[in-house]
Design a binder for this molecule. Sequence first.
Ligand code: 13P
Length: 249
Amino acid sequence: MRSKIVAGNWKMNKNLAETDSLLTELSAKLPDTDAEVMVAPTFVNLTRALQTLESSKIEVIAQNMHYAESGAFTGEISADMLLNIGIDTVIIGHSERRAYFGESDAILSKKVITALKNGMRVMFCFGEELDDRKSGNHFNVVESQLKNVLFNLEPSAWTNIILAYEPVWAIGTGETASPEQAQEMHAFIRKTISEAFDSTIATNVSILYGGSVKPSNAEEIFSKPDVDGGLIGGASLVADDFIAIVKAI
Ligand code: 13P
């Protein structure tokens, strides 16, 4: 059975003192929940975040990693470095990495393979741009993003994959996909995976929605049958908002 998940992607926000303070507040206010709750602070604060959350159910995850095992890649972070400090889940493929750092499907495929090879869990992000949706091309775009990065994996790899559908036009814009648009795409994603692999894999993979999720819209989005939770940006930076979204799952 697939898990419900609420994850906060903090992006390039929160210094050390702010990280301490937000995590302390989150762990104090975390409700009793069956959902997995995750936060992704910046790399430099991951160790501190793990310490602060030592006795909390909140999991600390990473926002990115490099595909090489080690070597001359100035400024980069390897899977081994993450695992060695106690991080075993990593976000790969966020639209900001694709748009601002040139991460193509080919690069993302290498990252996913390295993460899985090292025994990590991957939260793979994808989603169409506004022009794709306006031209009715959104299903094709999403299908090719999935195909180019995930469809050459062994079926067994899917137990370590979480999907996060994030339409680019809804990220940080205040514009949310309607619950119906989210459900329609999530059902399409499951159908596509079922055709490429099998229905068990498609049924068991958690598919999160991301893009302007807030306390006011979370419950309706999460109520859709193929939406298993959310990847939250802006609202994850405010303790009461993130907690309200966790309560909505
Ligand atoms: P917002 O919730 O700020 O729209 O960001 C979504 C996102 O990009 C999470 O990864």
